[in-house]
Design a protein around this ligand. Structure first.
Ligand SMILES: *[C@@H]1O[C@H](CO)[C@@H](O)[C@H](O)[C@H]1NC(C)=O
Length: 359
């Protein structure tokens, strides 16, 4: 018996080694094979029963727009290696994706999945629309990023022209006395040269503000007008007994709306972070049936400006020092809304002329 125990102790490491190396590898391998076969089998049965593959099921069971495209984009890639390899190839050169490349990818997918395009004409169309949206979003992120990185340049006549246009649109009845002027504060810049205010967001801020002013002029003028108003407060007793001059002064001190242009640049920051994080996919996939473009991003900005304005009034902050708090709360609210796959952040002016995918 002691000899036997000694033998066991002696062989222990060897037994252990073979257990771990041999058996464990083998069991894991067998388990893997089993799971794989089981999955294949289930998929095969499912395909036979429904006559469809997973891509088809996604396309047929989800309405077009964010619901469908997000499902395709975030389909677990172990379930559809072929599809993901092709999609990856397509996206790798997203800067130069040609519609033909998307079409070719679709053809490849159909061929590899042995789906007959004649009996499934709708599938190719649906897949193509979703792929365009996925590719378009990527392109848009790159385009927006580029604008954001381009600093405002006083020497560039195009930049200067855009800035002047912004003034003329927002202050049609007022002549700017000079390129450097205190008048810029009237549209909510901080100092006499707007150049410095663009630092955070580069040309993207200017593009957005100008788009808002030009394409949604009435709303932009209204928001600007309101932002310049003193905050409406109920007069307290002491205030009522003050002299008119004192009251005016007091009112002016507390008369803090917000700076239109500065807030516009900051809301550009917010829109940018929604885009970069991917949160804006829900919205853009719902409003851009083909490819989300810069125009869609700018329209989103118009919506955010107006919605933020409403939110600011509702929140009724004491002064601009509360900007941070109100902005954070607003950001959270938008993020929550975008979790709903049917969400679209549409400014009123696009509702009629935008061909919405669904709503
Ligand atoms: C916008 O405001 C937030 C919060 O106050 C701040 O963190 C952010 O840097 C601002 N962005 C720009 C571009 O000014």
């Amino acid at each position: 018996m002691p000899h036997f125990m000694a033998l066991v102790y002696f062989l222990m490491p060897a037994i252990f080694l073979s257990m771990t190396l041999g058996m464990r590898v083998l069991t894991q391998f067998l388990l893997f094979l089993y799971c794989k076969c089981l999955w294949r089998g289930l998929k095969f049965v499912f395909r036979k029963v429904t006559g469809r593959c997973e891509l088809q099921r996604i396309c047929y069971n989800n309405k077009p727009g964010a619901r469908r495209t997000l499902k395709i984009e975030y389909m677990p890639n172990d379930r559809n290696v072929i599809f993901f390899t092709l999609l990856h190839q397509l996206l790798q050169n997203a800067l130069s994706v040609h519609p033909d490349a998307v079409e070719k990818t679709i053809d490849d997918i159909m061929a590899l999945k042995k789906i007959n395009p004649d009996t499934n004409p709708q599938l190719a169309i649906s897949l193509q629309a979703s792929l365009f949206q996925i590719v378009g979003y990527r392109n848009l992120v790159l385009e927006v990023e580029k604008l954001r990185r381009e600093p405002y340049d006083c020497e560039n006549p195009n930049h200067e022209e855009m800035l002047m246009k912004l003034w003329k649109t927002l202050r049609p009845d007022s002549v700017l006395t000079g390129r450097i002027s205190k008048q810029w504060c009237e549209i909510g810049f901080q100092g006499s040269d707007p150049k410095t205010d663009f630092r955070g967001m580069g040309l993207l801020g200017l593009h957005n503000l100008l788009y808002f002013a030009e394409h949604d002029k009435a709303a932009a003028l209204q928001v600007l007008h309101d932002s310049l108003q003193p905050k409406h407060r109920n007069m307290s007793k002491e205030e009522a007994s003050m002299s008119k001059a004192e009251w005016e002064k007091q009112k002016f001190d507390k008369a803090i709306g917000y700076s239109f242009a500065i807030v516009g640049i900051n809301i550009t920051d917010l829109a940018y972070s929604l885009l970069a994080s991917g949160a804006l996919k829900t919205h853009l996939y719902n409003v851009a049936p083909e490819m989300p473009s810069l125009m869609h991003f700018q329209q989103t900005f118009c919506y955010l400006m107006q919605d933020f304005h409403r939110f600011w009034i509702e929140e009724d902050p004491c002064d601009i020092m509360e900007f941070n708090r109100v902005r954070n709360k607003f950001h959270k609210r938008i993020l929550k809304q975008l979790k709903n796959p049917d969400m679209a952040l549409c400014p009123h002016f696009t509702a009629s002329d935008l061909h919405l995918v669904n709503l």
